[in-house]
Design a protein around this ligand. Structure first.
Ligand code: ZN
Length: 104
């Protein structure tokens, strides 16, 4: 699991493909991340009549668990990309963008 909380990610598959959101939780044991974004289509359709509250709406943050392989990390310089690691001088693994090799 290379993703961490606070990362911006883009969805790679499913009906939310292309949408972006923020990782708000990481579920390493399930290899999934919770992505929060007002753009997401909520996966679970609740059998519930629209309430006055939701009709008034505005921006509602939606979230769903997505398998880590179905999202791409979004580098602020190159957009959706892959993550790698380099070993810093002190032997610590540093997460980097695979395209521009900037620390991520
Ligand atoms: Zn980059």
């Amino acid at each position: 699991m290379k993703l961490k909380k606070g990362d911006e990610v883009q969805v790679l598959s499913g009906k939310d493909v292309g949408k972006r959101g923020e990782v708000t939780r990481v579920l390493p044991e399930r290899d999934r991340v919770i992505v929060t974004s007002p753009q997401l289509i909520n996966v679970v359709k609740k059998h519930q009549k629209p309430t006055r509250a939701t009709m008034q709406g505005g921006i509602i943050d939606k979230e769903m668990p997505i398998h880590a392989s179905n999202v791409a990390f979004v580098c602020k310089d190159c957009g959706p990309t892959r993550l790698g690691y380099r070993i810093g001088a002190d032997g610590v693994k540093i997460r980097v963008c695979k395209k521009c090799e900037a620390d991520a």
